[in-house]
Ligand binder design. Structure first.
Ligand SMILES: C[S@@+](CC[C@H](N)C(=O)[O-])C[C@H]1O[C@@H](n2cnc3c(N)ncnc32)[C@H](O)[C@@H]1O
Length: 243
């Protein structure tokens, strides 16, 4: 899990806070419906979901396996007083004694588990840290529609001074993202290339893994407005799993 030691400083450009803050309506509906008072983001990255949920009045906690991501996250949340730890979400009980009403594992963070067994271990670890009637929220961008259309190139972000492209290779149950990052300098360009392997989390595979856990209810959506998940069209799989 060395990807983020190299990617951390460019991760903001890849998934900027302005886009994460557009998810506020989705999260306020979830918080209200499930009466959420506490939340752990167990792959919190740079911390912007925690920032937003704190603004919604939720008591927040964050952890991530990458010390580099947590370092930037600490800086981003310096005015929030949110407790942060470096921890693997497969072993949440090692660091967190408290239980939470909601655990987030979003922006394809669960897709780092490449084998079904590891997905199940990660979900079990989250289950252990949930209050009764607690929920897990998962978003995966590597799902059925991507597997069906198999684009080889996605221009992920284009800014005036920087462009990030994904060159994608497809295998049975996983996808390799080759991430080309081009930055303009005064009179030239700087290029860097990183590769990241993510599991292909189709609806069928995801439900099969959840069925091996003690969770009793899973709701799957196709967008932030809770519309149906369409295997041929939804760009992301959204799941709320209840204890
Ligand atoms: C695509 S980023 C998403 C970050 C953040 N949730 C967001 O929405 O911007 C995936 C994150 O998952 C973290 N991660 C990957 N495997 C992990 C694990 N086993 N335990 C905890 N965090 C993990 C990475 O370090 C990275 O910060």
């Amino acid at each position: 899990m060395d990807y983020y030691s190299k990617l951390a400083e460019d991760y903001e450009a890849l998934n900027p806070k302005e886009e994460i803050f557009l998810q506020k309506d989705f999260f306020s509906r979830v918080v209200e419906k499930h009466k959420i008072k506490t939340c752990l983001d167990c792959a919190c990255g740079l911390g912007w979901h925690l920032y937003m949920l704190d603004d919604l009045g939720v008591k927040c906690y964050g952890s991530d396996i990458s010390p580099e991501m947590i370092e930037i996250c600490k800086n981003n949340l310096s005015d929030k007083g949110i407790e942060l730890k470096v921890e693997d979400y497969k072993k949440l009980a090692d660091s967190w004694e408290t239980k939470f009403d909601m655990i987030l594992c979003v922006s394809s963070a669960l897709n780092h588990m490449l084998e079904d067994e590891d997905i199940v271990v990660a979900l079990d670890s989250m289950y252990e840290r949930l209050e009764e009637k607690g929920i897990i929220v998962i978003f995966s961008g590597v799902s059925d529609a991507l597997a069906a259309s198999k684009p080889k190139l996605i221009p992920a972000r284009i800014y005036p001074e920087q462009a990030i492209y994904h060159f994608i290779e497809y295998f049975d149950d996983r996808v390799v993202f080759n991430i080309l990052n081009i930055k303009k300098t005064k009179d030239s360009f700087i290029h860097s290339l990183n590769s990241m392997t993510l599991s292909l989390l189709t609806k069928e595979r995801f439900e099969r893994c959840v069925a091996k856990t003690r969770f009793r209810e899973v709701s799957i959506f196709g967008d932030f407005d809770f519309t149906d998940y369409l295997e041929d069209r939804s760009n992301r799989l959204f799941a709320i799993i209840r204890k």
